[in-house]
Structures are given as structure tokens and as C-alpha cells.
Design a protein around this ligand. Structure first.
Ligand SMILES: O=c1[nH]cnc2c1ncn2[C@@H]1O[C@H](COP(=O)(O)OP(=O)(O)O)[C@@H](O)[C@H]1O
Ligand SMILES: [Ca+2]
Length: 445
């Protein structure tokens, strides 16, 4: 289970158990989205966090064959929402885990625990998932970098030649998989998921605590009354809370892409870098290299905006987004009556955030932008950290390359059968001296 900051999802994976680990491919057979918000939102009513998972767990009982329930390991990993709750209020986060644990243990699966996974693991396992599903690991091919955008944190992971990891060991993960060594660069930016970065931007815009906030990242005609205490209720912004602010402010959209870009840029710090090169906030980042897969909110947002085609020049992408942001809010709502208003109101911001993060933050250029592929699934399985996490915990990826059989399985069976038949014939022939002699001997006259 992926307990994200905005929601929890249960993934069911299946693989042929009888076959050797190395030949059976793992596939996602089912996804259940838990109703309601992420578990970190239940800090003041932890029992409800456990209850919220029940329906999906019942569904899992239907999907996994009854005789396999007890053998099926169940893991829950929580990401940045719980990292933030744990920072703000560790006893509340413990209570949420107790409730989740209590709920999950009531089911007949082999419960293996619920925990917060580190940002490094989140990045590294996302990278493993993408490259496992592409079959790049087994074949020792060039790997694909992984870009994951969540609500509360975002991850970048890739292999870069000339990167040895010694400059910043916390950004380095090494693996030996199928006989190949990988030295992976990975970083997770806490607070730089799209929901928390929106808060940081709005906190920046409203530092003096005004009664109205004019927001270039929201459509013209958009107005809403928002609460200062809700906006600042997160460790990502809590230290910036204005002292004499009123309780609420009126949030007014003006839909100006260029100003929005400038406002988004204000959440990144480019001033200092003690390494050979940095992305932002003084974090090491080696030279970008190879193709990338961008998933999770990268995909949701760019897919909604019809901007997943990265062969379109970056300047044209920005031009399209500029027009979208300038579109009146009424018109946007009319065009997309089926989309949740919260998502709909934020796509202009989210698209701008994604382009700014990729180009200003990670240093993708007009050329290297086309190395990015926005993806949701690979061969039927969702791109995300869960598959890699599960493969690791169940030791599904061997460190060494499997002994390659000289013949594929059917060929092997045929050869063994032919040899068996020949041996049998040889055996019969060897018994010939014992065969009964013919009674009628030719007469010698
Ligand atoms: O259909 C969608 N449209 C836009 N955004 C979406 C959609 N579905 C999920 N998201 C967003 O994707 C992000 C998923 O983040 P997640 O809950 O995994 O947080 P985390 O990885 O930071 O813990 C959230 O910002 C959520 O709002
Ligand atoms: Ca996530």
C-alpha cells in the first residue's frame, strides 16, 4: 500500500510462483484507491485512518485466491505526508500507525509492517520500478531516470557517468542487479510536491498577511475565501506565518503565466552550492544523462493539459500553458464539468510548477526536455515506488545474472525426450544375445 500525502492506494502484484525467480515477471493485477484523504490527514482522528483502508482490504481478499491469503505478504509504506506529520507531531503520527496496523492485522494476509519510507528509498524504488518494467535491468541496457512528483515531496533519480557518489553520500545508492553494478544519484525534496509548493508560493505572496491575495497562477475570474491558519498548517510554511494576519483572505486569480513562473521561482533557492554543481537549495545534482520517465502528478497534470508530447518544442509548450492560464475560470469550469474543482483550479499552477521545476530546478534545457517521457503505466503496471519496494523486500531481483540455460525450456524437454528414447532402444538392442534362438535351425546337408 502506498500511503501518500493526498491518498492511499493498494496495489496487488502477481508472479508465477513455481517458476524460478529470474524468469517470472511481476505484474500489477489490481489497484484499489482508498476513499478519502491520505492517512496523515487523520492526525486528529487516527482510528479513522485505519477504517479508511478497510474497503480496499476487502477487495484484496476477493482478488487474491483464498488459499494464498496467508502466504501473501502485505506492506504499507508512507511517504511525505507522514514525514511531515512525524516532524510536526510525532505522537500523532505514531497513533495513526497504530490504528493502521490494527486495521491491517485483522485481514488474513501476511502483514509485514507499516512504516515511513525515506526519501532516498522513494526515489530509488521508483527508479527500480521503471527500469524493471522496461526490462532494462535484466538485459543490462542503459537505464532511464525517474521523476516522481507527489503532493508533499518530489524525487529525481538517475545514473550519470562520472558520478561516484563520494561528493554527497546521502544522494547515492548503489545496487548490484542481475550481475550489473549501478551507482544511482537520487534526491527527494521534502515540501516540493505540488501541494506543499503551492502553499510555499502562497505563503510567499501573502507574507504581510493581506486580506486579498492576487494570484497569477489561478485563472482570471477565480475567487475564493481561504483561511490563513489552514494555509500555514504545515512544517513547510509554518515558520513564515504572518503575525497580525486576519483569519481569512480572499484568493483572487489573475491568470498570468509569466508572473506565475516568477512566483513559482521564488520557492527555489539558487544562492549557494558547495558541490561541483547543484539543482537548487544547495543540493548536489550531477549532469543530467539519458532518457527519463516522469510519473505520478507529472503525468496527471501534463495529461490533463494535453502537454505529454515532449517532441513539441518547450517554447510552444509554455505558449499553450500561457493561453490556458489566461482563460477565464467560468470557461474552464464549463469545458470540464467532470473534473474535481480543486484539481481544476490548480492545473495552471501545477503545469507552471512542473515546467519551472524541470527547467530552473533540475536544469533540463529546450533540447533535453525531449528526453522526458510522461508516463502513467508501463506494460499494465503503474509507475511508482511500490513495485520496486516490493521487489526489494521479497528478494525478487537477484544480484547476479541467472545462469542462462543453453536451450529454452521446450527445446530442453525435446532433447531430453529424444535421448531417453535412444537410450531405451540401445538398452533393448543390448539385450539381443539373450533373445530366444529360432528353433528351426537351417539343415546342413
Ligand atoms: O487526477 C489528478 N489530477 C491532478 N492531480 C492529481 C490527480 N490524482 C492525484 N493527483 C495529485 O498527485 C499527487 C500525489 O501525491 P501523493 O499523495 O502520492 O503524495 P506524496 O508522494 O508527496 O506523499 C497529489 O498532489 C495529488 O493531488
Ligand atoms: Ca507519491
Amino acid at each position: 500500500m502506498d500511503a501518500g500525502s493526498s491518498h492511499t492506494a493498494l496495489y496487488i502484484y502477481e508472479w508465477p510462483a513455481e517458476k524460478d525467480n529470474n524468469t517470472g515477471r511481476v505484474e500489477q493485477t489490481h489497484l484499489c484507491k482508498v476513499k478519502g484523504p491520505g492517512i496523515s490527514s487523520y492526525a486528529s482522528a487516527p482510528v479513522k485512518a485505519g477504517e479508511s483502508l478497510r474497503l480496499c482490504m476487502e477487495e484484496a481478499k476477493q482478488w487474491v485466491p483464498g488459499k494464498r491469503h496467508h502466504q501473501t505478504p502485505l506492506y504499507l509504506g508512507a511517504t511525505a505526508g507522514m514525514r511531515l506529520l512525524n516532524m510536526a507531531n510525532s505522537s500523532a503520527s505514531d497513533k495513526v500507525f497504530q490504528a493502521v496496523e490494527g486495521a491491517l492485522q485483522k485481514f488474513p494476509f501476511s502483514y509485514q509492517g507499516a512504516k515511513i519510507i525515506s526519501g532516498q528509498d522513494e526515489g530509488a524504488f521508483g527508479w527500480i520500478t521503471v527500469n524493471y518494467l522496461d526490462e532494462r535491468l535484466k538485459q543490462g541496457l542503459e537505464t532511464r531516470g525517474a521523476l516522481d512528483l507527489g503532493g508533499a515531496s518530489t524525487q529525481i533519480s538517475f545514473v550519470s557517468d562520472n558520478y561516484d557518489g563520494s561528493e554527497s553520500p546521502s544522494n547515492s545508492v548503489t545496487f548490484r542487479l542481475y550481475g550489473n553494478d549501478y551507482n544511482l544519484y537520487t534526491h527527494s525534496f521534502l515540501c516540493y510536491g505540488k501541494d506543499q509548493s503551492l502553499r510555499m508560493m502562497q505563503a510567499h505572496q501573502s507574507q504581510a498577511g493581506p486580506a486579498t491575495v492576487l494570484d497569477p497562477c489561478f485563472h482570471p475570474g477565480y475567487t475564493a475565501t481561504k483561511n490563513y491558519s489552514v494555509l500555514y498548517d504545515s512544517p513547510c510554511v509554518s515558520d513564515r506565518k504572518p503575525k497580525d494576519a486576519p483569519d481569512t483572505f480572499t484568493h483572487i486569480g489573475i491568470g498570468d503565466f509569466l508572473q506565475c513562473q516568477a512566483a513559482v521561482k521564488s520557492v527555489f533557492n539558487f544562492t549557494s552550492c558547495k558541490y561541483s554543481r547543484c539543482s537548487f537549495n544547495g543540493v548536489l545534482q550531477p549532469l543530467l544523462q539519458g532518457p527519463y520517465g516522469a510519473f505520478s502528478a507529472y503525468y496527471f497534470v501534463m495529461n490533463f493539459l494535453n502537454l505529454t508530447d515532449t517532441s513539441v518544442p518547450l517554447e510552444d509548450v509554455k505558449e499553450k500553458l500561457k493561453r490556458y492560464c489566461a482563460t477565464n475560470w467560468d470557461q474552464i469550469m464549463q469545458q470540464h464539468p467532470e473534473v474535481k474543482l480543486k484539481y481544476l483550479a490548480e492545473y495552471c499552477f501545477s503545469g507552471t510548477y512542473i515546467l519551472t521545476l524541470l527547467t530552473e530546478g533540475y536544469n533540463f534545457t529546450s533540447e533535453s526536455y525531449s528526453d522526458i517521457k510522461f508516463i502513467k503505466k508501463i506494460k499494465g503496471s503503474d509507475a511508482g515506488w511500490t513495485l520496486g519496494y516490493m521487489l526489494n523486500l521479497t528478494n525478487m531481483i537477484p544480484a547476479e545474472a541467472p545462469d542462462t540455460p543453453l536451450l529454452p525450456h521446450p527445446g530442453y524437454v525435446s532433447v531430453v525426450s529424444v535421448i531417453a528414447v535412444l537410450l531405451f532402444i540401445l538398452f533393448i538392442v543390448s539385450l539381443r544375445p539373450l533373445w530366444p534362438r529360432c528353433s528351426k535351425q537351417p539343415q546342413i546337408v
